[in-house]
Design a protein around this ligand. Sequence first.
Ligand code: URA
Length: 293
Amino acid sequence: MLISMPSPTDAQADLIAYLDFHVEAGADAVLDEQPHDRFGEADTPAPTLRAPRRPAAAPRPAAPSHGLVPPPGSPPPPAPARTFGRAASAQPDEAASDARARAREAKSLDELEKILADFDACPLRFTAKNLVFADGNPEARVMFLGEAPGADEDRIGKPFMGRSGQLLDKMMAAVGLDRTSAYIGNIVPWRPPGNRNPTPQEVAVCRPFVERQIELVDPEVIVCLGAPATQTLTGTKDGILRTRGRLFPYKLPTGEAKLLATLHPAFLLRQPVQKRLAWRDFRALRALLDGKA
Ligand code: URA
């Protein structure tokens, strides 16, 4: 039976074009009934943010460049950039060393999560709805690490909840694992707006936290899903089709874990033919856990 759909009215077509525009711009999920201007909120630091531990530097008197006084009638100076907590003012190196110091303070995963929730030197936290810290069992022998949360994970506050997560669950199930026997996290715990890739600076600021998270979980095997996780934790520049299936040593205070690189489920959703390679890696993971590799 052929069902003919009525063509949209002009008003409906305008509305569809308006929604398409927002989806293209990265506003692709409904988070709340009421709109929030998160950028505006960020101009006023939220009261829950911890005060910076370093004493604030004394303000310097504003000096016109080259020591010249602007002639009368010259255009006004540009408006200051919007501020996002310390994220706007902190230099990337300073933010990363602050992240290292804060991450070291955490004596447990709960403490680490609280420290991250208060950490305001990564700009991503100001555009994300939720901190996406982890899911699964912190006592697990195996820890999976992805890149960064997407829209579903941001909405729910847990990693790998969307289509990639469903595929990851199936891949784990194929080797006898699930979220009670595995721990799951990401290199970056906040969703980059519009699902763009996190920048190298964002990764560098978040890295001390994921490194501490790994130390606290203390897994025997770390499975890096995709190139960003593999490159961040091993330092390799090689692409994932080169590194997948390889085992890298990963130093932990308690000894050495094995880091296994494999393909990201999102990549497998785009290129299902590559699932056979991931299957090989997951069988290697099973053999590692069974002490047969
Ligand atoms: N992709 C990731 O890398 N992490 C998630 O949590 C979801 C999708």
